[in-house]
Design a protein around this ligand. Structure first.
Ligand code: TMP
Length: 212
């Protein structure tokens, strides 16, 4: 059985990943492609429990390395229980955030170091890097404004970080774009969602061979 394709969606907070995920699900369904859609941190029970600890607004004492390790632990369980079995079954996996979030947020923005955070994550992912990563690019000011306007979204501990932190997150993603030019594709997310999604379908057609 051929291994399924692993696609991750990345971007700063408020970049529109959730809307893209919803359109992608409809698109893949219409193309008769077998897939699972999931998210990080979370996706399965144990990882959702870890998510609650990481994002709890009360946990202001959390050390940066503890945070990085918890994201990696949540990732490991999600890989073992959900992502790896689906890929082995030949299913496409689309995941809202993955290792690049840890590299940009903990590695770069928190200042732990991209290589250091990569090291602990290698243990968690065991060689399963994404085949394609769609990076939704947005100015942090616009992203944060979108979050504030979205009343359904619960504000979490990382949302409460200052603008400077969110600017560093974006800088971190830019470093990753240079480091992994074949895997990560940048999309301008400061456009109407249908235009953003059209660009995504073009990339899917070129990289994965899905007819647009
Ligand atoms: P979400 O709001 O996209 O669900 O993600 C929750 C927060 O967790 C978001 O601010 C990004 C952050 N995050 C990290 O800092 N490192 C990670 O490895 C992941 C997956 C998310």
């Amino acid at each position: 059985m051929t291994k399924g394709v692993f696609i991750t969606i990345e971007g700063p907070d408020g970049s529109g990943k959730t809307s893209v995920m919803e359109l992608l699900k409809i698109y893949l369904y219409e193309k008769n492609i077998e897939y699972i859609a999931t998210r990080e941190p979370g996706g399965i029970n144990i990882s959702e429990q870890i998510r609650n600890v990481i994002l709890d607004k009360e946990n202001i004492a959390m050390d940066s390395r503890t945070e990085a390790l918890l994201y990696a632990a949540s990732r490991r369980q999600h890989m073992a229980e959900r992502v790896i079995p689906a890929l082995k079954n030949g299913k496409m996996v689309i995941c809202d955030r993955f290792i690049d979030s840890s590299l940009a947020y903990q590695g770069y923005a928190r200042g732990i170091g991209i290589d250091e955070v990569m090291n602990i994550n290698e243990f968690a992912i065991d060689g399963y890097m994404p085949d394609l990563t769609l990076y939704l690019d947005i100015e942090p000011e616009i992203g944060l404004e979108r979050i504030c306007k979205n009343k359904q979204r619960e504000v979490n501990r990382l949302d409460l970080e200052k603008l400077d932190f969110h600017k560093k997150v974006r800088e971190g993603y830019y470093i990753l774009l240079e480091k992994y030019p074949n895997r990560i594709k940048k999309i301008n997310a400061n456009k109407p969602i249908q235009i953003v999604f059209d660009e995504i379908t073009k990339i899917l057609s070129k990289k994965i061979g899905i007819d647009s």
